[in-house]
Design a protein around this ligand. Structure first.
Ligand SMILES: *Cc1c(COP(=O)(O)O)cnc(C)c1O
Length: 383
């Protein structure tokens, strides 16, 4: 028996319907979407454009505003380095937050070393940033505001409408990392004039290695520069032969999210209720806001080392402490540190991410296992 998978913020299983749609594009429909002088290329190109439309539909965008990338990491890099003047970093101020994904943090650190000025906004105990602080940090040379729309550790959903309004009033471009939010938070880029969004397929039951950046084409139009150079695909914005099977899978995954998330939402809220009921009497606290992704539960068990708990139950449950990219360092989660400034709490918190393929039986089983793990590890320290 495979362990119960509760790490759906790290990645999700490819939906069989997505895989089915992709298969022909790995086999007989293998054409290059840029080689449109023959049938092989034309059918690949058509499939890419159909997928582009599905992804655009999910956020209320036009297909021409979607640029395919290798994932949200590349989209994040592009949103930052492609939207500012890389030749004028000494005169560039960027505002972001202390609770970003490493794809943003490390890109900003790089630019800081090259001379840019970076301000990282605080997060409160719910993982929310403060719009008053955002307003206050804006300077004449602020060129970009970049915020994680739904956090990948605690699920907190930011007030992206409020943030976008502030950016707009000040004539500043605004980018959101929406890798976790896509399909789970209602986003309409015509109602909320977001400049850029980073998207990823493998967080929504699509394949790994494919994502996109949304670039708003309404006025004031966002002018983006490429960060990869080559054959000029994707309107010169992202060179490289298109990953046709990946794109087709991403399109199908987007379509299914649009159709099915409301139903999943109800299921996840029920899963949360099961957890809360079973954990009655156990000493625990939820890290995060009420306004968070339905599939997220980040739980602090005071006095119980999270790594030890996860290893203890890993034969039966797959889950993690925080961002998957940092689990091989012994480093407290920067997100939990920003929220609580409490190392013990950061090292004693586990992240649970429910997904489409979890059922109630699994959840009943998982919570009992977690509870007994917590009891075993608590008993160790009692005389
Ligand atoms: C997963 C994730 C990323 C990275 O996406 P990839 O497609 O794996 O590159 C970036 N930001 C957030 C918030 C994520 O959850």
């Amino acid at each position: 028996m495979k362990p119960i998978y509760l790490d759906n913020h790290a990645t999700t299983q490819v939906d069989e319907r997505v895989l089915k749609k992709m298969m022909p594009f790995m086999m007989d429909k293998f054409g290059n979407a840029s080689s449109v002088d023959h049938l092989h290329g034309v059918e690949a190109k058509k499939a890419v454009e159909d997928a582009r439309k599905e992804i655009a539909d999910l956020i209320g965008a036009r297909p021409a505003e979607i640029v395919f990338t290798s994932g949200a990491t590349e989209a994040d890099n592009m949103a930052i380095m492609g939207s500012i003047d890389m030749g004028d970093l000494k005169n560039t101020h960027i505002i972001s937050t202390k609770i970003e994904h490493k794809a943003i943090i490390n890109t900003l650190e790089y630019l800081e070393r090259l001379g840019a000025e970076i301000t990282l906004l605080d997060a409160n105990e719910f993982g929310e940033i403060d719009l008053t602080q955002l307003q206050k940090e804006i300077k004449p040379n602020t060129k970009l505001i970049s915020v994680i729309l739904a956090n990948n550790e605690v699920g907190t959903i930011q007030d992206f409408e409020g943030i976008t309004n502030i950016a707009k009033e000040n004539g500043i471009k605004v980018h959101f990392d929406a890798a976790q939010a896509l399909g789970r938070v209602k986003i309409d880029v015509r109602k909320t004039p977001i400049s850029m969004l980073s998207l990823s397929a493998h967080k929504i039951y699509g394949p790994k290695g494919i994502g996109a950046i949304f670039v708003n084409k309404d006025r004031p139009r966002v002018r983006l520069n490429p960060i990869l150079f080559g054959g000029g695909q994707e309107n010169n914005l992202r060179s490289g032969t298109l990953n046709v099977p990946g794109i087709v899978g991403f399109g199908e995954a987007a379509k299914l999210m649009k159709k099915e998330y409301n139903q999943s939402k109800k299921k996840y809220l029920e899963f949360r209720r099961i957890f809360e009921k079973e954990l009655e009497g156990v000493n625990y606290k939820i890290n995060g806001s009420e306004n968070r992704l339905e599939n997220n539960m980040n739980i602090w068990f005071p006095g119980v080392e999270a790594q030890a708990l996860i290893r203890l139950i890993s034969k039966n449950i797959s889950l993690s402490t925080g961002s998957a990219c940092t689990t091989d360092h012994v480093e407290a989660s920067h997100v939990l540190m920003a929220m609580f400034n409490d190392e013990a709490r950061a090292f004693e918190s586990i992240r649970i991410g429910f997904g489409r393929f979890n059922n109630e039986t699994e959840i009943d089983e998982a919570v009992v296992l977690i509870k007994s793990g917590v009891e075993i590890l608590t008993a160790r320290f009692v005389d």
